[in-house]
Design a protein. Structure first.
Ligand code: FES
Ligand code: FE
Length: 364
């Protein structure tokens, strides 16, 4: 097992967890520039299907066109700005029509109909297509990027590509979803996920299944951080047993591990022998974060008689609540005038790496 070192680094100053100005800078420089996971793509399997996503005070339409291409647009009509789609999901024929004056757009965003506009001097439909947003699909996960000139997804997340073939991520289905709102800054949630120094005190049940010192990191710098942890049980469940047939392609070594990764700045992936846990973070305010937690299983396991994911759902819902509670206490503490940065332990080396990545992104 590799040794880890936090290199004598300290936690971030108070202002990073409290300042409205820094929060606004994060919105612009991090969430407005990086690839953001917005969920799974299963709702978009059919041509013409669309989903709406609220992020960064924006409404984004993601759709699959009739050539099978995924596209994303700001939900903003090019006439007078009205939001075009209102239902969270839907099926389009071949066009999107604004409900105000019926300007009509093809699924590639081109304006194809604008009643009574033909005689308007200088007006040309070609100039008024929907504003596009970059979109990428990775292993069944959807990502968008609001930057005008985004870094290609495959460059940004090169370390992620083809990393988890045995879990057959594109095939997995969401079996359970729980949404939490936590009164803590989004970085405290990341930092909490990235260490198990707290596990003996906070998670006695989890610590029995994966003793806290049995972890190492294979990604220690950059936007993707984390690594495996040795299981002393079959899986992370209340009973310690698998609650579904383990993924068939896992090696014997992989069957004895659980893998934890953070994908900056929104996603946590936890790969178990029998299921995959996904957390998505959405900052709501300097001191508030929404977390969408989903449990994914292979359809073959779900189809088996007696399939019951509750052993895994109960375990992680309990563990999540323990973590959110301590993150809220942490937020309360770092807001204090008495708080000053404290030293990271070597078990928190990934937090120091997260802080470096965060500060690099914020400085852009
Ligand atoms: Fe959309 Fe007028 S605002 S057609
Ligand atoms: Fe925890």
């Amino acid at each position: 097992m590799k040794t880890r070192s936090a290199g004598g680094t300290m936690t971030l100053p108070r202002t990073y967890y409290t300042s409205a100005l820094i929060y606004a800078q994060e919105q612009e420089r991090i969430f407005g520039e990086r690839w953001l996971c917005i969920g799974r793509s299963d709702a978009l399997s059919k041509p013409g299907a669309y989903t709406l996503h609220d992020l960064l005070d924006e409404s984004i339409i993601v759709l699959r066109d009739h050539d099978g291409i995924l596209r994303a647009f700001y939900n903003v009509c090019r006439h007078r700005g009205t939001q075009i789609c209102t239902a969270a999901t839907g099926q389009l024929s071949h066009t999107l029509q604004c409900p105000y004056h019926a300007w009509t757009y093809a699924l590639d965003g081109a304006l194809v109909g604008a009643p009574q506009m033909a005689g308007v001097p200088g007006f040309d439909k070609v100039d008024y297509g929907l504003h596009p947003v970059a979109v990428a699909e990775w292993e069944g996960f959807l990502f968008v990027n609001l930057a005008a000139d985004p870094q290609p997804f495959t460059d940004a997340y090169a370390a992620l590509l083809d990393k988890f073939p045995a879990w057959r991520l594109p095939e997995l289905q969401v079996v359970e979803r729980i949404v939490y709102e936590v009164a803590a800054n989004w970085k405290l949630i990341f930092q909490n996920y990235n260490e198990c120094y707290h596990c003996p005190t906070l998670h006695p049940v989890l610590n029995q299944l994966t003793p806290y010192t049995g972890a190492w990191n294979d990604l220690e710098e950059g936007p993707i951080l984390g690594g495996p942890m040795v299981l002393s049980a079959e899986s992370m469940t209340m009973s310690g047993r698998v609650c579904a047939t383990p993924f068939a392609d896992l090696s014997d070594e992989e069957r004895g591990l659980v893998f934890y990764y953070t994908i900056f700045p929104t996603l946590f992936l936890s790969l178990h022998p029998d299921y995959v846990l996904v957390h998505r973070c959405e900052p709501l305010a300097p001191n508030a974060t929404r977390i969408i937690c989903e449990w994914l299983f292979h359809p073959d396991a779900v189809a088996k008689p007696g399939f019951d994911p509750s052993d895994a759902v109960e375990f992680w819902n309990m563990t999540n609540k323990q973590d959110w509670h301590i993150c809220e206490l942490s937020q309360r503490g770092v807001q204090s005038r008495a708080y000053t940065p404290g030293p990271y332990s070597d078990l928190e080396s990934v937090l120091a790496a997260f802080d470096r990545e965060y500060l690099r992104a914020l400085a852009v």
